[in-house]
Design a binder for this molecule. Structure first.
Ligand code: EAX
Length: 327
């Protein structure tokens, strides 16, 4: 009798000690892009850091390559908590939170230092905080990078060359308006867009160099112009209620790991940019490196007075970003 009792005790002890293994929390992290892309780099670094530092109590499952749908659909799923974490390009956020569009304000950031100063400073932090009003916890900003235009019709030397081009834009109110101002014929479409470029449904698109390289857009686009017309962040988010339900120490850890992943990913992007450009040239793209940017600035200079920046909370955030971006 006694002997049997001890066996039961030992069995229970083993179960308790191994408890962390079977109580592992699975977390879905969604990105629209494929392995090797900017969003995925951040997702993978985060997964590695967070799984290691939480001592195996969590498993981060990365859903990539549009397996959960478009970026807008990913954000809807995040709000419903059918995914818990997402790394999504800033563009589509403005459908959910209009003040998110200020990140993409044309020619806002002079360089990477200005980006870091604004996004990691009080203005960026306030924007992350405001995501809570739409059920999202803003953890960090990783980056897509400065966006440049490509097309198949003609070299773009000044804004006049953009006139009438059918340009794919992100599914964002702001980006459609921007390209309308620049004189193009903007067509919102979810990512990816290789087939549409190949078939000629659209003449061109705009994205950072890493994207043009990783998605082999050089195969279906002849001309690249280094416009850097907007900076594009990713906003790295969690479902707010789910996040708040985690033990406080784990919330803190998640925040830290995502911030660290974002910093390392920005570094990755910046270190590789020159190389992406070189590869795109070698692949045969005709590159305009020094376009007439003044002509682009002129067309977009009055953008802050448009309706999409009129709402007080949007205007206020834009002012904060503009002030913080000053050298
Ligand atoms: O990162 O839709 C877009 O143009 C994004 O930049 C895309 O997710 C690639």
């Amino acid at each position: 009798m006694m002997r049997r009792y001890w066996w039961v005790m030992i069995a229970l002890l083993v179960l308790v000690l191994s408890g962390h293994a079977w109580a592992k929390t699975s977390v879905k992290l969604a990105v629209v892009t494929k392995p090797g892309s900017a969003q995925n780099i951040c997702a993978e670094i985060f997964k590695e850091l967070f799984e290691a530092r939480s001592q195996g109590r969590y498993e981060i499952d990365i859903y990539h390559s549009a397996s959960l749908g478009t970026e807008n659909e990913i954000l809807e799923q995040l709000q419903m908590n059918s995914v818990q974490l997402a790394i999504v390009t800033d563009g589509p956020f403005d459908v959910f939170l209009p003040q998110a569009r200020v990140i993409c304000y044309p020619f806002l950031f002079a360089d990477d230092q200005a980006v870091d100063r604004v996004l990691d400073g009080p203005a960026g932090k306030e924007l992350l905080k405001q995501l809570e009003t739409v059920g999202m916890k803003g953890l960090a900003f990783s980056e897509n990078g400065f966006r440049h235009i490509t097309n198949n019709r003609r070299p773009v030397n000044s804004v006049a060359d953009v006139a009438g081009l059918k340009i794919r834009v992100m599914e964002s109110i702001f980006h459609k308006e921007l390209w309308r101002l620049l004189g193009a014929n903007p067509t919102p479409m979810p990512w990816p867009i290789y087939a549409e470029l190949q078939q000629g449904t659209i003449d061109g698109q705009e994205n950072p160099l890493s994207v043009i390289w990783n998605y082999r857009l050089f195969e279906v686009q002849k001309y690249l112009t280094l416009t850097g017309h907007v900076y594009s962040a990713h906003i790295d988010v969690a479902n707010l209620k789910w996040y708040q339900g985690l033990p406080p120490a784990d919330q803190e850890l998640m925040q830290q790991c995502m911030a660290e992943a974002a910093i390392r990913q920005r570094q990755w992007n910046r270190t590789n940019e020159a190389d992406f450009l070189l590869k795109l040239k070698e692949a045969g793209m005709a590159v305009v490196e020094h376009p007439d940017l003044a002509s682009f600035r002129k067309k977009t200079s009055g953008m802050r007075d448009l309706d999409l920046f009129k709402e007080p909370k949007v205007r206020d955030m834009l002012d904060k970003f503009m002030r913080a971006a000053q050298p």
